[in-house]
Design a protein around this ligand. Structure first.
Ligand code: ATP
Ligand code: MG
Length: 473
């Protein structure tokens, strides 16, 4: 046989067989590598259009089967189920599964369940390959079910997101010895791309979520602002109403204050009728005098009403009037009341020929004079109560003078004056030392009329034995 021994032939045949075997295995590996590569290219194309995570996972599984021609694939995520067990829960599967994934429980903690490629991959963060399911002892718990479905080798590749394992990509092949180094590195690349895809979709969803939350917050804010505006408007309405009520209350207290003296006088006049009747003095002249006096008080009260209707917002026009005439009128009307309390009011003008004209509101000015002399009357009555000699007269002086085209009105009494510690508070609204007899409104109104409405000044000082008020207009 051309010099070749049988043994030599046999050994050369066996060598060629090994070469053929190795050649065909190389060819199979090359084929699988090519498929894995194709799968990567397709996957990257797929990734560009995906916006939904589950959809991406499902399509990735399908692509791995359809293009890379593996037998079965599934993707599982690490999960803590309702029994508080750490399991790898399948989220997408494709290929020849036939209930394999559903019935396989894979734990990622040390709860006693045997360890297979998936949970090793999840725990270690590294791919785990089983190249011979038939002979691999570690694979024992799943072997029967795997072989039933024709799985001969498998690989589990961890899915890592921001350095944290979130699950695994599991692939099964019908050939033993699949998933060599080259193929493994390509599949790892694919799983890495898948992780990036998941991360991108999640970030996008999170952004969208944030956007929605922002929209919701904006909506809520808008609503809150609207509610606040509504509340403010209601409050404003309430405040307007309240200030109206306060203004009304102030006006009523002013009017009742200003009416007290003429009402007192009116009641005295009426009582006098009874007395005159008793003493048979009810003559025509008396009646005429009484009616004219009463009408004067009523007119004064009616004018007070008119004056103070616009007290808070004076709208009337100012007129020129004689201070002397205004003071005279007040004294004529009220001197009776004062003389009953043994009080003598004296009006003195520095220049007897002068009328002392000023610009302003005559009736309101009369109210001021009345307020000041009424206070003097109160002080004189109080002072008298404390005196042992009850025959002493109370005195009130109204003095008129002119300085630098300004009219000065001095009103003073001998009622003892004002205690120094309260003197600086007498113009305050509601400040009174008269307990229930006073409202503390008189001087406040007087100052408002003189200073705010008539542009003058009203001041006070204690003088020897009494009080002095000074008006400069
Ligand atoms: N001539 C005065 N002599 C002494 N005290 C005075 C005199 N004038 C004012 N006062 C003091 O100033 C206070 C405030 O006076 P005001 O006229 O504002 O209120 P009132 O007289 O107490 O009450 P009302 O509102 O009824 O007039 C008085 O309570 C009183 O203590
Ligand atoms: Mg008073």
């Amino acid at each position: 046989m051309n010099g070749i021994t049988y043994n030599e032939l046999l050994s050369s045949l066996s060598l060629s067989y090994k070469q053929i075997e190795s050649l065909s295995s190389e060819k199979a590996e090359l084929k699988r590598t090519k498929r894995a590569l194709k799968a990567i290219v397709e996957f990257n194309r797929l990734l560009q259009h995906k916006t939904d995570e589950l959809n991406l996972l499902k399509d990735t599984c399908k692509l791995i089967i359809d293009i890379a021609k593996y037998h079965m694939v599934w993707i599982g995520f690490c999960w803590i189920n309702q029994n508080n067990e750490k399991v790898v829960s399948p989220v997408a599967t494709y290929g020849y599964d036939e209930g394999y994934v559903e019935n396989t429980k894979i734990a990622w903690d040390d709860s006693g369940v045997a360890q297979g490629p998936t949970d090793i991959a999840v725990r270690t963060g590294k791919p785990s390959v089983c190249r011979h399911i038939l002979t691999d002892k570690e694979y024992e718990p799943w072997k029967a079910e795997a072989l039933k479905r024709g799985f001969k080798s498998s690989i589990a590749i961890p899915l890592i997101l921001e350095e944290q394992v979130i699950g695994a990509l599991n692939i099964y092949a019908t050939e033993a010895d699949a998933f060599d180094k080259e193929e493994l590195s390509l599949l790892m690349e694919l799983s890495n791309d898948l992780s990036i895809g998941i991360s991108t979709i999640r970030k996008r969803a999170k952004n969208k979520d944030n956007e929605n939350k922002l929209l919701e917050i904006n909506k809520k804010l808008e609503q809150m602002i609207m509610n606040e505006i509504h509340k403010r408007m209601q409050q404003e309405q309430f405040l307007i109403q309240q200030s109206k009520m306060a203004a009304m209350g102030e006006m009523i207290s002013v009017i009742s204050h200003q009416w007290r003296t003429p009402l007192n006088c009116l009641s005295l006049v009426i009582q006098d009728i009874k007395e005159a009747y008793r003493h048979d003095e009810l003559t025509g002249g008396f009646i005429n005098d009484t009616v004219s006096k009463s009408m004067n008080f009523i007119r004064f009260m009616s004018e007070t009403l008119d004056n103070f209707r616009n007290f808070l917002t004076p709208s009337k026009t100012k007129v020129e009037f004689s201070v002397r005439k205004a003071a005279d009128e007040i004294l004529q009307m009220f001197s009776d009341l004062f003389s009953r309390d043994n009080i003598i009011i004296t009006l003195e003008a520095e220049d007897e020929s002068e009328s002392y004209f000023i610009f302003g509101y005559p009736n309101e000015f009369k109210q001021v004079i009345l307020n000041i002399i009424n206070n003097s009357r109160d002080a004189l009555i109080m002072a008298k109560k404390g005196l042992s000699d009850k025959n002493g007269y109370g005195r009130i002086f109204i003095r008129l003078k002119k300085r630098d085209s300004k009219v000065i009105i001095i009103l003073c009494d001998n009622g003892g004056g004002i205690e120094e510690d309260v003197a600086n508070r007498i113009f305050e609204h509601y400040f009174t030392t008269k307990a229930t007899d006073g409202t503390g409104v008189g001087l406040y109104i007087s100052k408002t009329i003189i200073e705010n409405n008539m542009g003058g000044s009203l001041t006070f000082r204690n003088i020897d034995g009494g009080a002095e008020f000074k008006i400069v207009i």
